[in-house]
Design a protein around this ligand. Structure first.
Ligand SMILES: C[S@@+](CC[C@H](N)C(=O)[O-])C[C@H]1O[C@@H](n2cnc3c(N)ncnc32)[C@H](O)[C@@H]1O
Length: 378
């Protein structure tokens, strides 16, 4: 579709969906499928704030993000075992869309486990503080998942994201990250100002070193995640790709908790069983030629980077999950390095499996092997 006609369509209250939106919604649904039972089986309340909620419906009839969240809860296989309530708070700036969203809300069946409110129309920036206070009013530890899905970086400042994540130890965010547009407009001054606010640091400037779009996009999302990691959060990202496999944009996930990373990695491996890094309209839900085969290249690269160090299972697992790699791939990668003499289990001394949880592993480089080999001949 021509860009201008797509833009003018998007001015309407309800506009057409597209396959990328479908993948984004699938990612939310798979993440929630794991997140909901973690909290609702044990706690009274968990909250999803859909802060850029849209109208709740697309012109072909596809559901919007808040409806996806509600239906993921209502269709959850363990719904009857949830003792807690999901509070869903939907915020949309445009009054026409907020009104349509309210109509869509009324069509969703009610259930004891769901308390869904469409908030009066308003911007995220104006409402963020109120939302943070409201979602933590009973207990700072109540889990909150912030869905931050603006149209572009200008609508989402790093300091607002920081404030949401700082509200409590179980606050997490899924952020739509417009790596392609940021790369395309990297020299436009209004975009540079927007990127500076979006990152809250100068790290976005890495994009200026990359003419190649795929490399520039990856450099941007890596820099964004690395900034968040340097503040003590875990960060991971997932590419929403076009069918030729280059990324269209990214979803960035931020959490304080290993548990959150586990759910995110599960989502990544469900949607992209081969590499866990992204999905395109052509690959999502498609049976893969690689079913059952572990592709260990990403994991092996991470493990090789540990040469000269000792790592605990937990340290390796966190690095693995932040790169979309499962425990199975971590073990397969360790085994591959073990076979070439580059990784050894230091602890425990005795174990029934080669790489048990809690093990410590020592890593060597190929140069270590070579030097030792030559030393013997001298
Ligand atoms: C990408 S669309 C949301 C799509 C929706 N999350 C979904 O997946 O179905 C972004 C929405 O955010 C709204 N919006 C833009 N700026 C906003 C702001 N600062 N605060 C709240 N909503 C905003 C727009 O009107 C638009 O409906």
């Amino acid at each position: 579709m021509h860009l201008r006609s797509r833009r003018s369509q998007m001015q309407q209250t309800i506009y057409p969906s597209d396959p990328y939106t479908f993948i984004k919604h699938r990612s939310y649904a798979h993440y929630l499928n794991c997140w909901l039972p973690v909290f609702l089986q044990t706690r009274d309340t968990a909250t999803v704030v859909d802060a850029f909620a849209g109208a709740g419906i697309y012109s072909q009839g596809d559901p919007g993000s808040s409806v996806v969240v509600a239906k993921t809860l209502l269709g959850h296989s363990r719904l009857q075992r949830f003792r807690g309530t999901l509070r869903l708070l939907s915020l949309e700036e445009r009054p026409d869309r907020a009104a349509e969203l309210e109509r869509q809300r009324q069509k969703v069946p009610s259930a004891a486990q769901l308390k869904w409110r469409v908030l009066p129309p308003g911007s995220f920036a104006e409402n963020a503080q109120k939302l943070r206070d409201y979602t933590h009013r009973e207990n700072d530890g109540d889990p909150v998942l912030w869905l931050l899905d603006p149209y572009g970086p200008a609508d989402l400042a790093a300091e607002s994201v920081r404030a949401c994540l700082d509200s409590g130890p179980r606050d997490e965010a899924i952020i739509s990250f417009f790596s392609k547009e940021m790369h395309q407009r990297k020299t436009v001054s209004t975009w540079q100002t927007a990127m500076q606010r979006h990152f809250g640091t100068n790290s976005w400037r890495t994009v200026l070193d990359h003419q190649s779009q795929p490399e520039g996009m990856t450099a941007l999302v890596e820099a964004y995640c690395s900034d968040w990691r340097s503040t003590g959060l875990y960060a991971s990202y997932f590419a929403i790709r076009v069918p030729n496999e280059t990324a269209r944009y990214h979803l960035v996930f931020l959490t304080h908790a290993e548990r959150g990373l586990e759910c995110w990695t599960k989502m990544q491996r469900r949607i992209d069983p081969v590499l866990g890094r992204g999905a395109s309209p052509a690959s999502i839900d498609a049976p893969t030629l690689f079913d059952g085969i572990a592709i260990t290249s990403t994991m092996v690269e991470i493990l090789r980077g540990y040469a000269g160090q000792e790592k605990t299972w937990q340290q390796m697992r966190i690095d693995a999950m932040q790169a979309g790699q499962s425990d199975r791939l971590l073990r397969a990668g360790l085994q591959e390095l073990r076979m070439t003499g580059l990784a050894f289990r230091v602890e425990p001394l005795e174990a029934t499996t080669p790489w048990p949880e809690g093990c410590t592993v020592r890593f060597y480089s190929e140069a270590d092997l070579r030097d030792a080999d030559q030393a013997e001949f001298n």
